[in-house]
Design a protein around this ligand. Structure first.
Ligand code: XIL
Length: 350
Protein backbone atom coordinates (compact mmCIF):
# COMPACT_ATOMS: atom_id res chain seq x y z
CA UNK A 1 0.00 0.00 0.00
CA UNK A 2 1.22 3.44 -0.89
CA UNK A 3 2.38 5.46 2.06
CA UNK A 4 1.45 9.11 2.25
CA UNK A 5 4.26 11.29 3.57
CA UNK A 6 3.27 13.92 6.07
CA UNK A 7 4.59 17.47 6.23
CA UNK A 8 7.29 16.81 8.83
CA UNK A 9 8.75 13.93 6.83
CA UNK A 10 8.86 16.11 3.74
CA UNK A 11 10.55 18.92 5.60
CA UNK A 12 13.28 16.57 6.82
CA UNK A 13 13.73 15.07 3.36
CA UNK A 14 14.06 18.53 1.87
CA UNK A 15 16.62 19.67 4.42
CA UNK A 16 19.57 18.35 2.44
CA UNK A 17 22.40 17.94 4.92
CA UNK A 18 23.09 18.02 8.62
CA UNK A 19 23.95 21.37 10.20
CA UNK A 20 27.68 22.08 10.12
CA UNK A 21 28.61 19.44 7.54
CA UNK A 22 29.98 20.32 4.13
CA UNK A 23 27.47 19.72 1.37
CA UNK A 24 28.81 17.23 -1.13
CA UNK A 25 25.75 16.97 -3.34
CA UNK A 26 23.06 19.41 -4.41
CA UNK A 27 20.07 19.58 -2.10
CA UNK A 28 17.49 17.17 -3.45
CA UNK A 29 14.32 18.83 -4.67
CA UNK A 30 11.33 18.73 -2.34
CA UNK A 31 9.40 15.63 -3.32
CA UNK A 32 5.95 16.26 -4.70
CA UNK A 33 3.29 15.68 -2.10
CA UNK A 34 1.00 12.80 -2.84
CA UNK A 35 -1.94 13.79 -4.92
CA UNK A 36 -5.05 15.02 -3.20
CA UNK A 37 -7.16 13.64 -5.99
CA UNK A 38 -6.11 10.06 -5.19
CA UNK A 39 -6.85 10.61 -1.52
CA UNK A 40 -10.23 12.20 -2.27
CA UNK A 41 -11.12 9.38 -4.64
CA UNK A 42 -10.29 6.82 -1.98
CA UNK A 43 -12.78 8.65 0.28
CA UNK A 44 -15.37 8.67 -2.52
CA UNK A 45 -15.28 12.46 -2.87
CA UNK A 46 -14.41 14.99 -5.53
CA UNK A 47 -11.71 17.55 -4.81
CA UNK A 48 -11.98 20.74 -6.78
CA UNK A 49 -10.59 24.20 -7.28
CA UNK A 50 -11.85 27.35 -8.90
CA UNK A 51 -9.60 28.54 -11.72
CA UNK A 52 -9.30 31.23 -14.36
CA UNK A 53 -8.49 30.09 -17.88
CA UNK A 54 -5.50 32.43 -18.27
CA UNK A 55 -3.72 30.80 -15.32
CA UNK A 56 -3.85 27.38 -17.00
CA UNK A 57 -1.15 28.52 -19.42
CA UNK A 58 1.31 28.87 -16.52
CA UNK A 59 3.14 25.55 -16.37
CA UNK A 60 3.77 25.70 -12.64
CA UNK A 61 0.11 26.44 -11.93
CA UNK A 62 -1.05 23.78 -14.34
CA UNK A 63 1.25 21.08 -12.94
CA UNK A 64 0.00 21.50 -9.37
CA UNK A 65 -3.60 21.84 -10.46
CA UNK A 66 -3.68 18.67 -12.56
CA UNK A 67 -1.77 16.62 -10.00
CA UNK A 68 -4.08 17.36 -7.11
CA UNK A 69 -7.59 18.10 -8.39
CA UNK A 70 -10.24 16.17 -10.26
CA UNK A 71 -13.01 18.78 -10.24
CA UNK A 72 -12.92 22.32 -11.57
CA UNK A 73 -15.12 25.37 -11.36
CA UNK A 74 -14.76 28.57 -13.34
CA UNK A 75 -14.00 31.28 -10.83
CA UNK A 76 -15.42 33.97 -13.08
CA UNK A 77 -15.76 33.03 -16.73
CA UNK A 78 -19.14 31.26 -16.68
CA UNK A 79 -20.94 34.17 -15.02
CA UNK A 80 -23.35 36.28 -17.03
CA UNK A 81 -21.21 39.40 -17.43
CA UNK A 82 -18.11 37.72 -18.89
CA UNK A 83 -20.33 35.63 -21.19
CA UNK A 84 -22.54 38.44 -22.45
CA UNK A 85 -21.09 41.86 -21.74
CA UNK A 86 -22.79 43.00 -24.97
CA UNK A 87 -26.42 42.03 -25.26
CA UNK A 88 -26.90 39.17 -27.70
CA UNK A 89 -23.15 38.58 -28.27
CA UNK A 90 -22.31 35.57 -26.15
CA UNK A 91 -18.64 34.73 -25.65
CA UNK A 92 -18.01 31.30 -24.19
CA UNK A 93 -14.27 31.27 -24.84
CA UNK A 94 -13.13 31.46 -21.20
CA UNK A 95 -15.45 28.73 -19.96
CA UNK A 96 -14.78 26.61 -23.03
CA UNK A 97 -11.04 26.74 -22.39
CA UNK A 98 -11.60 25.49 -18.83
CA UNK A 99 -13.93 22.71 -20.02
CA UNK A 100 -11.45 21.51 -22.70
CA UNK A 101 -8.61 21.59 -20.21
CA UNK A 102 -10.68 19.55 -17.76
CA UNK A 103 -11.51 16.96 -20.41
CA UNK A 104 -7.83 16.65 -21.32
CA UNK A 105 -6.87 16.07 -17.68
CA UNK A 106 -9.60 13.74 -16.48
CA UNK A 107 -11.42 16.33 -14.42
CA UNK A 108 -15.12 16.93 -14.00
CA UNK A 109 -16.58 20.43 -14.25
CA UNK A 110 -19.13 22.32 -12.20
CA UNK A 111 -20.67 25.33 -13.90
CA UNK A 112 -20.85 28.49 -11.78
CA UNK A 113 -23.26 30.30 -11.88
CA UNK A 114 -26.42 30.89 -13.92
CA UNK A 115 -28.27 33.34 -11.65
CA UNK A 116 -26.46 35.68 -9.26
CA UNK A 117 -26.87 39.32 -8.27
CA UNK A 118 -23.12 39.77 -8.90
CA UNK A 119 -21.34 39.83 -12.26
CA UNK A 120 -24.49 40.93 -14.12
CA UNK A 121 -23.90 42.73 -17.43
CA UNK A 122 -24.64 46.47 -17.11
CA UNK A 123 -27.36 46.30 -19.79
CA UNK A 124 -29.37 43.81 -17.72
CA UNK A 125 -29.88 46.42 -15.00
CA UNK A 126 -31.74 48.69 -17.41
CA UNK A 127 -34.29 46.20 -18.71
CA UNK A 128 -38.04 46.42 -18.11
CA UNK A 129 -39.52 43.59 -16.06
CA UNK A 130 -40.92 42.00 -19.22
CA UNK A 131 -37.58 42.18 -21.02
CA UNK A 132 -35.72 40.88 -17.98
CA UNK A 133 -38.02 37.86 -17.95
CA UNK A 134 -37.16 37.14 -21.58
CA UNK A 135 -33.41 37.65 -21.14
CA UNK A 136 -33.28 35.72 -17.85
CA UNK A 137 -34.90 32.67 -19.43
CA UNK A 138 -32.84 32.92 -22.60
CA UNK A 139 -29.59 33.29 -20.65
CA UNK A 140 -30.18 30.22 -18.50
CA UNK A 141 -31.33 28.12 -21.45
CA UNK A 142 -28.48 29.23 -23.67
CA UNK A 143 -25.64 28.74 -21.18
CA UNK A 144 -26.93 25.46 -19.75
CA UNK A 145 -27.47 24.11 -23.30
CA UNK A 146 -24.02 25.25 -24.40
CA UNK A 147 -22.36 23.26 -21.62
CA UNK A 148 -24.79 20.36 -21.63
CA UNK A 149 -22.91 17.06 -21.50
CA UNK A 150 -19.69 18.83 -20.51
CA UNK A 151 -20.50 19.84 -16.94
CA UNK A 152 -21.67 17.41 -14.29
CA UNK A 153 -23.26 20.10 -12.14
CA UNK A 154 -24.38 23.71 -12.05
CA UNK A 155 -24.66 26.25 -9.31
CA UNK A 156 -27.99 27.37 -10.73
CA UNK A 157 -28.83 30.10 -8.24
CA UNK A 158 -26.20 31.75 -6.07
CA UNK A 159 -26.74 33.77 -2.89
CA UNK A 160 -30.49 34.38 -3.21
CA UNK A 161 -30.95 34.68 0.56
CA UNK A 162 -30.26 38.15 1.99
CA UNK A 163 -26.86 38.67 3.59
CA UNK A 164 -28.30 38.64 7.12
CA UNK A 165 -30.43 35.59 6.44
CA UNK A 166 -33.81 37.31 6.76
CA UNK A 167 -35.80 36.54 3.65
CA UNK A 168 -34.82 36.61 0.01
CA UNK A 169 -32.23 39.07 -1.27
CA UNK A 170 -33.91 42.04 -2.93
CA UNK A 171 -32.09 41.51 -6.23
CA UNK A 172 -33.26 42.72 -9.62
CA UNK A 173 -34.49 39.18 -10.21
CA UNK A 174 -36.74 39.18 -7.19
CA UNK A 175 -37.93 42.74 -7.79
CA UNK A 176 -38.87 42.14 -11.41
CA UNK A 177 -39.66 38.44 -11.63
CA UNK A 178 -41.04 37.70 -8.17
CA UNK A 179 -39.93 35.08 -5.67
CA UNK A 180 -40.57 32.25 -8.10
CA UNK A 181 -37.56 33.23 -10.19
CA UNK A 182 -35.58 30.67 -8.19
CA UNK A 183 -37.88 27.76 -9.02
CA UNK A 184 -38.07 28.97 -12.63
CA UNK A 185 -34.27 29.00 -12.93
CA UNK A 186 -34.01 25.38 -11.80
CA UNK A 187 -36.77 24.26 -14.15
CA UNK A 188 -35.21 25.97 -17.16
CA UNK A 189 -31.73 24.67 -16.34
CA UNK A 190 -33.10 21.15 -16.01
CA UNK A 191 -34.84 21.35 -19.39
CA UNK A 192 -31.64 22.60 -21.00
CA UNK A 193 -29.36 20.04 -19.34
CA UNK A 194 -31.33 17.15 -17.83
CA UNK A 195 -28.17 15.28 -16.79
CA UNK A 196 -26.51 17.98 -14.71
CA UNK A 197 -26.83 18.02 -10.92
CA UNK A 198 -28.44 21.31 -10.01
CA UNK A 199 -27.28 23.13 -6.88
CA UNK A 200 -28.41 26.09 -4.84
CA UNK A 201 -25.24 27.79 -3.53
CA UNK A 202 -24.82 30.27 -0.68
CA UNK A 203 -22.44 31.55 1.99
CA UNK A 204 -22.49 31.92 5.79
CA UNK A 205 -24.99 29.12 6.13
CA UNK A 206 -22.54 26.27 6.56
CA UNK A 207 -23.30 25.38 10.16
CA UNK A 208 -26.60 25.76 12.02
CA UNK A 209 -28.03 29.24 12.47
CA UNK A 210 -30.47 31.77 11.07
CA UNK A 211 -29.03 31.95 7.59
CA UNK A 212 -28.69 28.21 7.22
CA UNK A 213 -32.30 27.88 8.42
CA UNK A 214 -33.33 30.30 5.66
CA UNK A 215 -31.41 28.25 3.08
CA UNK A 216 -32.95 25.07 4.45
CA UNK A 217 -36.47 26.51 4.27
CA UNK A 218 -35.89 27.71 0.72
CA UNK A 219 -34.65 24.38 -0.62
CA UNK A 220 -37.25 22.43 1.35
CA UNK A 221 -39.93 24.55 -0.32
CA UNK A 222 -38.40 23.87 -3.72
CA UNK A 223 -38.35 20.12 -3.04
CA UNK A 224 -41.97 20.18 -1.88
CA UNK A 225 -42.99 21.93 -5.12
CA UNK A 226 -41.19 19.29 -7.16
CA UNK A 227 -38.56 21.72 -8.45
CA UNK A 228 -35.58 19.84 -9.93
CA UNK A 229 -32.92 20.68 -7.34
CA UNK A 230 -30.26 18.11 -6.47
CA UNK A 231 -28.15 19.78 -3.86
CA UNK A 232 -26.85 22.67 -1.83
CA UNK A 233 -23.40 24.23 -2.02
CA UNK A 234 -21.96 25.50 1.23
CA UNK A 235 -19.42 28.11 0.15
CA UNK A 236 -17.22 28.01 3.28
CA UNK A 237 -15.34 31.31 2.95
CA UNK A 238 -14.30 31.37 6.58
CA UNK A 239 -11.88 32.88 9.10
CA UNK A 240 -9.53 30.53 10.91
CA UNK A 241 -10.30 32.46 14.09
CA UNK A 242 -14.05 31.82 13.87
CA UNK A 243 -14.78 28.65 11.93
CA UNK A 244 -18.24 27.09 11.97
CA UNK A 245 -18.43 24.18 14.40
CA UNK A 246 -17.89 20.84 12.72
CA UNK A 247 -20.86 19.33 14.55
CA UNK A 248 -23.03 22.18 13.26
CA UNK A 249 -21.85 21.67 9.69
CA UNK A 250 -22.47 17.92 9.98
CA UNK A 251 -25.96 18.50 11.39
CA UNK A 252 -26.73 20.93 8.59
CA UNK A 253 -25.54 18.45 5.97
CA UNK A 254 -27.71 15.77 7.53
CA UNK A 255 -30.88 17.80 7.54
CA UNK A 256 -30.31 18.73 3.89
CA UNK A 257 -29.64 15.06 3.11
CA UNK A 258 -32.95 14.18 4.79
CA UNK A 259 -34.65 16.31 2.12
CA UNK A 260 -33.10 14.04 -0.50
CA UNK A 261 -30.40 16.57 -1.36
CA UNK A 262 -26.68 16.15 -1.64
CA UNK A 263 -24.32 18.84 -0.45
CA UNK A 264 -20.90 20.07 -1.37
CA UNK A 265 -18.41 22.43 0.12
CA UNK A 266 -18.23 24.72 -2.84
CA UNK A 267 -15.79 27.63 -2.35
CA UNK A 268 -13.62 26.92 0.66
CA UNK A 269 -10.86 29.26 1.77
CA UNK A 270 -9.66 29.99 5.31
CA UNK A 271 -8.43 33.47 6.15
CA UNK A 272 -5.64 33.95 8.67
CA UNK A 273 -4.91 37.66 8.08
CA UNK A 274 -6.62 38.78 11.28
CA UNK A 275 -5.19 36.10 13.60
CA UNK A 276 -2.37 38.29 14.86
CA UNK A 277 -0.08 35.41 15.92
CA UNK A 278 3.23 34.19 14.51
CA UNK A 279 3.10 32.85 10.98
CA UNK A 280 3.88 29.27 11.99
CA UNK A 281 1.11 29.27 14.58
CA UNK A 282 -1.35 30.84 12.16
CA UNK A 283 -0.60 28.27 9.50
CA UNK A 284 -1.07 25.50 12.07
CA UNK A 285 -4.46 26.93 13.07
CA UNK A 286 -5.43 27.12 9.41
CA UNK A 287 -4.43 23.50 8.94
CA UNK A 288 -6.65 22.44 11.85
CA UNK A 289 -9.64 24.26 10.36
CA UNK A 290 -9.16 22.76 6.91
CA UNK A 291 -8.74 19.34 8.47
CA UNK A 292 -11.88 19.47 10.57
CA UNK A 293 -14.15 20.79 7.82
CA UNK A 294 -12.94 18.30 5.19
CA UNK A 295 -13.27 15.53 7.80
CA UNK A 296 -16.96 16.41 8.09
CA UNK A 297 -17.39 16.03 4.33
CA UNK A 298 -15.56 12.70 4.36
CA UNK A 299 -17.79 11.43 7.17
CA UNK A 300 -21.10 12.55 5.68
CA UNK A 301 -22.40 10.34 2.88
CA UNK A 302 -24.39 13.25 1.41
CA UNK A 303 -21.25 15.33 0.88
CA UNK A 304 -20.29 15.07 -2.75
CA UNK A 305 -16.94 16.83 -2.60
CA UNK A 306 -14.94 19.84 -1.59
CA UNK A 307 -14.02 22.69 -3.91
CA UNK A 308 -11.51 25.31 -2.83
CA UNK A 309 -11.77 28.85 -4.18
CA UNK A 310 -8.37 28.64 -5.80
CA UNK A 311 -5.45 26.55 -4.58
CA UNK A 312 -2.36 28.77 -4.48
CA UNK A 313 -1.92 31.93 -2.44
CA UNK A 314 -0.53 33.43 -5.65
CA UNK A 315 -4.14 33.97 -6.77
CA UNK A 316 -7.06 34.58 -4.46
CA UNK A 317 -10.16 36.79 -4.54
CA UNK A 318 -9.61 37.33 -0.78
CA UNK A 319 -6.97 40.03 -1.33
CA UNK A 320 -9.43 42.33 -3.13
CA UNK A 321 -12.21 41.59 -0.72
CA UNK A 322 -10.47 41.44 2.67
CA UNK A 323 -6.81 42.47 2.20
CA UNK A 324 -3.52 40.64 2.61
CA UNK A 325 -3.84 37.00 3.60
CA UNK A 326 -2.74 33.47 2.77
CA UNK A 327 -6.03 31.58 2.57
CA UNK A 328 -5.30 28.52 0.40
CA UNK A 329 -3.48 25.16 0.35
CA UNK A 330 -0.30 26.08 -1.53
CA UNK A 331 1.91 29.09 -0.94
CA UNK A 332 2.70 31.73 -3.55
CA UNK A 333 5.61 29.59 -4.79
CA UNK A 334 3.30 26.57 -5.17
CA UNK A 335 4.74 24.75 -2.16
CA UNK A 336 2.26 22.74 -0.07
CA UNK A 337 1.32 24.51 3.17
CA UNK A 338 0.32 22.83 6.44
CA UNK A 339 -3.25 23.39 5.21
CA UNK A 340 -2.54 21.04 2.30
CA UNK A 341 -1.55 18.28 4.71
CA UNK A 342 -4.63 18.97 6.81
CA UNK A 343 -6.81 18.35 3.75
CA UNK A 344 -4.78 15.31 2.67
CA UNK A 345 -5.02 13.78 6.15
CA UNK A 346 -8.77 14.38 6.24
CA UNK A 347 -9.30 12.59 2.91
CA UNK A 348 -7.08 9.76 4.23
CA UNK A 349 -9.27 9.64 7.38
CA UNK A 350 -6.30 10.47 9.61
C1 XIL B 1 -15.62 35.96 -6.99
C2 XIL B 1 -14.37 35.67 -7.82
O1 XIL B 1 -13.45 34.98 -7.02
C3 XIL B 1 -13.77 36.95 -8.31
O2 XIL B 1 -12.68 36.69 -9.17
C4 XIL B 1 -14.84 37.74 -9.03
O3 XIL B 1 -14.38 38.94 -9.41
C5 XIL B 1 -16.04 37.98 -8.14
O4 XIL B 1 -16.53 36.75 -7.70
N1 XIL B 1 -18.99 33.90 -3.82
C6 XIL B 1 -19.18 33.36 -5.07
C7 XIL B 1 -18.14 33.54 -6.09
O5 XIL B 1 -20.16 32.64 -5.30
O6 XIL B 1 -18.67 33.60 -7.39
C8 XIL B 1 -17.30 34.75 -5.81
O7 XIL B 1 -16.23 34.73 -6.73
C9 XIL B 1 -16.79 34.73 -4.41
C10 XIL B 1 -17.93 34.76 -3.43
Amino acid sequence: MKRFLVGAALAVAACGHAAGSTPTAPTPPTPDPDPLRAAATSAGKLVGAAVQSSFLNDSRYSAVFTRHFNYVTAEYEMKWDPIERTRGAEDFSGGDAIVSYAAAHGMQVKGHTLVWHGAIPAWVNNLSAADLRVEFERHIRSVASHYSGRVVAWDVVNEAISDNGFGLRDSIFRQNLGDNYIADAFRIAHEADPQALLFYNDYAGEGLGGKSDAIYDLVRGLRMQGVPIDGVGLQMHIRAGAPPSDTGVAANMRRLAALGLRVNISEMDVRIGDLGGATTANLATQKTVYHSIVTVCVAEPACHGVTFWGFTDAHSWIYNQYGADAPLLFDTQYGPKPAFYGVLDAFMRR
